[in-house]
Design a protein around this ligand. Structure first.
Ligand SMILES: C[S@@+](CC[C@H](N)C(=O)[O-])C[C@H]1O[C@@H](n2cnc3c(N)ncnc32)[C@H](O)[C@@H]1O
Length: 225
């Protein structure tokens, strides 16, 4: 028997859009070859690519945001806005269930990707667009201001940005906040600085690598009070 989806109650047009976007992302990603990087820079190859968080990881992320009643989420790396839709769905559902206000701070430094993300969110409707605060530009600048009481940080970003992003957001993370980092098994060497930092006993993080494809690090911030 297949696992039920945590998105059961979500509007059909949003679920259908997500299925389409995940398919487009996987098709693009499987067509990338090493030769592409010989003729173009990394940024040029990636400029029109989704590189979306896998569908099962995205559904888990949605569920995790519901579990912790996340209402303020920071997404490092938005691309065409696929994982943002899951985060915004969860934040909106949490606000509807328990009140208050919600916000997903999304970040993207490639203008054409940011524009495409906005198109996808508009197709979903107000439930998504009302809670997204997209910051365009280098997140090392755009996340310097107006960030507070963060419940969850998604690190789905080029690996050299992961630790600098965490260090920017850390002072604004609430006790029990969660950090999710993608591909931490497959890219363990590239994530070394981030993982060394979070796994240091003095960091305040309790860490676990979940066995999704290529790994998904889920760390909870529980510093000594
Ligand atoms: C793996 S993709 C994000 C995928 C997205 N989370 C999803 O599931 O659809 C990483 C994105 O981070 C963006 N990015 C990389 N460095 C950045 C930076 N310094 N500031 C803002 N965005 C950046 C890239 O342009 C790319 O679109």
């Amino acid at each position: 028997m297949s696992s039920p989806s945590p998105l059961e109650g979500v509007a059909p047009h949003i679920r259908s859009l997500l299925t389409t976007l995940h398919k487009q992302s996987s098709t693009q990603e499987s067509a990338i070859t090493n030769a592409d990087f010989e003729s173009q820079t990394f940024d040029d190859v990636m400029r029109d690519k989704f590189i979306a968080l896998d569908e099962d990881k995205s559904q888990y992320l949605y569920q995790l945001c519901r579990i912790i009643n996340a209402k303020t989420v920071v997404e490092a790396g938005t691309s065409f806005g696929v994982s943002t839709i899951y985060l915004a769905l969860a934040v909106s559902a949490n606000v509807a269930a328990t009140g208050g206000t919600g916000r997903v701070i999304a970040t993207e430094n490639e203008p054409t990707k940011a524009a495409k993300a906005r198109e996808h969110w508009a197709q979903c409707g107000n439930v998504i667009t009302d809670v997204i605060d997209l910051r365009e530009g280098d997140l090392r600048e755009t996340l310097k201001r107006d960030v507070e009481a963060v419940d969850l940080l998604l690190l789905d970003i080029w690996t050299p940005m992961a630790l600098p992003t965490l260090k920017l957001i850390l002072p604004h993370m609430r006790y029990g906040a969660v950090v999710v980092a993608d591909n931490t098994i497959a890219a363990a060497d590239k994530y070394k600085e981030l993982l060394d930092f979070m796994r240091d006993p003095s960091s305040g993080f309790v860490n676990m690598t979940l066995p999704f494809n290529n790994g998904l690090e889920v760390s909870t911030y529980l510093p000594q009070q």
